[in-house]
Design a protein around this ligand. Structure first.
Ligand code: AMP
Length: 545
């Protein structure tokens, strides 16, 4: 059975697998397209429509159609109601995944079960775990969740014959942006550092065009009700995306905006469009500059290649800006499909590890798999033994996307502490190589006679690491209980460890009594009960395109 890679995008999603000629290929959806709009239309209380039709229905049923849900992955308390049923970003994403897999099954006549799903490199742990949960709720076996730029680099590496090199991935999709420095050395692909903004993407460019269209319409037809018409605004939103795409190859695009009996013939030039969106592009370059600086501090002083990933990098201003600003000659290589194809390759690498008996995949110096093991695994995965051999030693090393720490009370006058004296002390810093186990830190209890110690785990929320509580987000907590009354300042040793999959384990121990606490934060991971409920919520629908 093949394994599949899924690019679960903010605006479009795509699924791929590695075929029997060892090429990663995209599976077309039910309507014959490579990618499917990540849009869900709750048509009735037991039927959902996903993709192009759902997108088109947004105009007529704005309250029953959900788009850009990925931007809300990992956020607490997001509940959306359709026909009386409550949904979350996780259940909505699960429906998108179900449709992608169902379509793929119809096309390949094979069950889709083992998958790798991609996430923006800059996704926090919660959002990553929410993505994994969505896959499981959709009935999939999620082998792993990997950063989109790593997937793109894997695809690029697979098709490129060059030797070792460093690459910068500039990934501007529909809703998220990140830049990632990646080093490729022999069989190893490692992330050097990554940065991004998960609320910046093509949809923001669309919005600017929609604003321009509306402004001109209202100027030409003062007193019109157009600005409060949901229908009209939705129509402008759709037209805006079409115009934006057209302006990637044309210099000028016209649009006839109609509302009631009034018409505006609107002409938009690429220059006007680029001026109206220059600040958005500038935000991507600020982040790119930061990534280059960070990479330099980590020993990467130049890039052999700059890869453009994500549909929005088709806008000519992206490559022009990277050229004039940074002197790069970026490569636009399969920008819409590279992530899904790379994920398919990674899914295969992951399943090789599973298919070969433990220890058999040992690298240089190890025993390596027996010929029989190789043949069984190759047959199971639908590839030949030569390509299997090529995949065995491949290693992908990721980094911690953001800093993690604990909330502590400071003793006196720390400028970064809040009014109550609290700040976040980070133990694990952004861009630490995974698996990571930073040194244990020891803190003291704050009051005499304390019988419990509460440990709060926080993740960096802003673009930069900051000790201010406001710049971080609480992601988990636990309490060491049943302690004898302790004197103030009793030592509490806290250790953090994050594995390759991004799961964070925190161990806290009060060292005089040895009483301790283990917290495993598959953060944002739902409880088995929540998972059960979500499966029922998702399972009741028939899903179609
Ligand atoms: P992705 O999430 O990578 O599929 O990127 C989707 C985004 O790319 C959407 O915002 C699309 O509007 C945008 N996009 C796709 N093709 C083009 C194009 N030719 N010019 C500009 N933007 C595009």
């Amino acid at each position: 059975m093949a394994t599949y890679g899924i690019d679960l995008g903010t605006t479009y999603s795509c699924i791929a697998y590695v075929n029997d000629t060892n090429r990663a290929v995209v599976v077309k959806n039910a309507v014959g397209e490579d990618s499917t709009p990540s849009v869900v239309f709750f048509e009735t209380d037991d039927n959902v429509v996903i993709g192009r039709e759902a997108k088109n229905s947004a105009r007529i049923y704005p309250n029953l159609v959900v788009s850009l849900i990925k931007r809300r992955m990992g956020e607490d308390d997001v509940e959306l109601e359709f026909h009386g049923a409550v949904h979350t970003p996780v259940t909505i994403s699960a429906l998108i995944l179900r449709e992608l897999c169902q379509s793929a099954e119809q096309n390949t006549h094979e069950d889709v079960r083992d998958v790798v799903i991609t996430v923006p490199a800059y996704f926090g742990v919660r959002a990553r775990e929410a993505t994994r949960a969505a896959g499981e709720i959709a009935g999939l076996n999620v082998l792993n969740v990997i950063p989109e730029p790593v997937a793109a680099a894997l695809h690029y590496e697979a098709i490129s014959t060059d030797a070792d090199r460093t690459i910068l991935v500039y990934d501007l999709g529909g809703g998220t942006f990140d830049t990632t420095a990646i080093r490729i050395e022999g069989q190893d692909i490692s992330v050097v550092c990554t940065d991004g903004d998960h609320k910046l993407g093509g949809a923001d460019w669309d919005e600017r065009i929609a604003d321009l269209l509306l402004k001109q319409f209202v100027e030409e037809h003062p007193g019109t009700e157009a600005a409060v018409s949901e229908d009209f605004l939705q129509e402008l939103a759709t037209a805006a995306e079409d115009m934006k795409r057209a302006l990637s190859s044309l210099e000028t695009r016209r649009y006839n905006a109609r509302f009631a009996d009034e018409v505006s013939r609107i002409e938009l030039t690429r220059t006007v469009f680029e001026n109206a969106t220059a600040d958005l592009l500038e935000r991507t370059f600020t982040i790119t500059g930061r990534t280059i600086d960070e990479a330099r501090q980590r020993g990467v002083t130049s890039f052999d290649d700059v890869l453009l990933v994500g549909g929005s990098t088709r806008m000519p201003a992206v490559a022009e800006g990277l050229r004039s600003r940074f002197g790069f000659t970026p490569k636009l290589h399969d920008p819409d499909l590279a992530v899904a194809k790379g994920a398919a390759l990674f899914a295969l690498i992951e399943s090789v590890k599973i298919a070969l008996p433990a220890g058999a995949e040992a690298g240089p110096g190890g025993a390596g798999p027996s010929p029989e093991d190789m043949e069984t695994a190759a047959a199971q995965l639908g590839v030949d033994t030569d390509s299997l051999r090529g995949l065995i030693g491949k290693k992908v090393t990721a980094v911690v996307p953001r800093a993690f720490g604990v909330k502590i009370l400071t003793t006196a006058g720390d400028a970064e502490a809040d009014d109550d004296g609290f700040l976040i002390d980070h133990l694990l810093h952004a861009n630490a190589v995974l698996p990571a186990a930073p040194p244990t830190q020891t803190y003291g209890t704050v009051e005499d006679g304390q019988t419990g110690i509460s440990v709060e785990i926080w993740e960096q929320a802003g673009a930069r690491e900051s000790r201010r509580v406001l710049d971080n987000e609480k992601i988990g907590n636990g309490t060491i209980t049943d302690l004898p009354p302790l004197p103030k300042g009793s030592p509490v040793a806290i250790s953090f460890a994050m594995d390759e999959m991004g799961t964070l384990r925190v161990h806290a121990v009060e060292t005089t009594t040895g009483k301790d606490l283990d917290i495993e934060l598959a953060i944002g991971g739902l409880s088995p009960e929540d998972m059960g409920q979500a499966r029922t919520a998702v399972g009741k629908y028939t899903v179609g395109a």
